[in-house]
Design a protein around this ligand. Structure first.
Ligand code: LLP
Length: 438
């Protein structure tokens, strides 16, 4: 995935750039994003659909994984559309120049302002629930702007992943319950509704960081019968099926996810087979991967500082970031691989725990890892931090968010600036009466 190698200085090199040099130049911690591997992941999805699907297909980047102008622009240039889940993500995608025809707005409680932004931008809205559907019908009428919608359905498909990132099971906050779908179709078929809302298809998403293929194959069988019903009983001409995202990536040696090619093949087979069984023309097939597009394309470089040995128990080495730039270990007990960028060939002779600098005992990035003996100033690199790191980063402990550099052919470009202390105060207001008098 990542275009990394060991260079002559025995340093880690990514996208032709020496990681130790990048840290010297751009500071630490630093997210380093490899453009070639992001483009390659986009290409793998695109090509696999061409290979395995006879109908039209469109890959959407689930921008919640990491939304920023440069990433939105790269995936758009690769011909992908985008899935956005908030006004902020929509705004970012539009500002990056994404094509509104390939933008889809998700969310289980979209605000009126977000729906209006979507209507005005003329993008497709993936409707999650009755309240939203009824609100949207009124808004689209008031705006005199026919709006494309899809319906998100809870498919009732179980899969094995962390409880917090499962969404396909019936007891999920997302999507219409299958028992309500027919009533929703009937609602959409009413002439006063269909004059404003054009229902173009159905959507389901079962969860994230999934290694099994079968649940994704099963989505088509669970959803496509409603296409037929919509067409035959309600005269609604559904043409798009979105089977969500969710393909997992390798974080540690023991992770063994399917390839993008295998995943797409399975999904296409599932859809083609389900269509053949019920005599339905192939729909336009959409999917919306986030993690598997951007996850392995980035590393986070930190500088090692203090350390502490608790005799007979463990040695902590501490880096200059942690749960504010990567909240996944503390949130989901996620595991990561790490290397010391300036000691790649040194023997991994110590067992350590890599701690973050936040005032919280749980701020541990990696527990019990075998690493070379390190010194303060060494550059520790955590691999696979492209998905849900920057996008879930915070300013906990008033720590400025790190910069991101995009690397490509030995060139590095800042795509997100490091926050400054004054950025931290940007929204603060000190009322006059609280201003110290001295
Ligand atoms: N589509 C929908 C409707 C989603 O809810 C998600 C992820 C995706 C697509 C993209 O899924 P992916 O291909 O990235 O697995 N913060 C968690 C992950 C939350 C995923 C939320 N939804 C984490 O750090 O693991």
């Amino acid at each position: 995935p990542i275009t990394a190698k060991i260079n002559q200085a025995d340093h880690l090199e990514i996208g032709g750039c020496d990681v130790v040099e990048l840290v010297k130049r751009y500071g630490s911690p630093l997210y380093i994003l490899d453009e070639a591997s992001l483009r390659s992941a986009c290409g793998q999805y695109r090509q696999a659909f061409t290979k395995y699907y006879d109908g039209q297909a469109l890959v959407l980047y689930a921008s919640k994984a990491w939304s920023c102008l440069a990433i939105c622009a790269i995936v758009s240039a690769e011909g992908l559309g985008l899935d956005v889940v908030s006004g902020g993500e929509l705004y970012t995608a539009l500002k990056a120049g994404a094509n509104p025809e390939q933008l889809y707005l998700h969310g289980n409680n979209k605000g009126i302002d977000e729906l209006e932004l979507a209507i005005e931008a003329n993008i497709t809205i993936v409707v999650d629930n009755w309240y939203e559907l009824k609100t949207l019908a009124q808004l689209a009428k008031a705006h005199q702007s026919p709006t494309k919608v899809m319906l998100r359905i809870t498919p009732g498909i179980e899969c094995h992943t962390h409880e917090y990132i499962r969404t396909g099971h019936l007891d999920s906050k997302f999507g219409f319950d299958p028992n309500h779908v027919e009533a929703v179709l009937a609602f959409l078929a009413q002439p006063e509704v269909s004059a404003h809302l054009d229902c173009i298809g159905l959507h389901a998403h079962i969860g994230s960081q999934i290694f099994e293929l079968q649940p994704h194959r099963d989505i088509a069988q669970a959803i496509l019968p409603w296409f037929k019903l919509a067409q035959e009983k309600y005269g609604l001409n559904l043409s798009e099926l979105n089977i969500g995202g969710g393909l997992g990536i390798r974080y540690t040696e023991s992770d063994d996810p399917p390839s993008i090619d295998d995943w797409v093949k399975t999904v296409c087979e599932g859809v083609s087979q389900a269509c053949a069984e019920i005599g339905l023309a192939l729909p336009k097939l959409l999917c919306e991967p986030g993690r598997s597009l951007v996850g392995t394309t980035c590393v986070t470089a930190y500088t090692i500082g203090s350390s502490k040995t608790v005799p007979d128990i463990r040695t902590y080495i501490t880096v200059d970031g942690g749960m504010s730039d990567n909240p996944r270990p503390i949130t989901y007990q996620s595991l990561y691989r790490t290397v010391i960028a300036n000691r790649l060939s040194a023997p991994a002779d110590q067992l350590v725990t890599v701690a973050g600098k936040h005032c919280e005992s749980g701020d541990i990035l990696i527990k019990d890892v075998q690493l070379p003996t390190t010194e303060p100033g060494d550059v520790l690199v955590v691999l696979g931090t492209g998905a849900y790191n920057y996008s879930m980063a915070s300013n906990y402990n008033r720590i400025p968010r790190p910069a991101t550099v995009l690397v490509q052919d030995g060139e590095a470009t800042t795509i997100i600036k490091r926050e400054t202390y004054s950025d931290l105060l940007r929204q603060d207001i000190l009322p006059e009466r609280l201003t110290p008098q001295h």
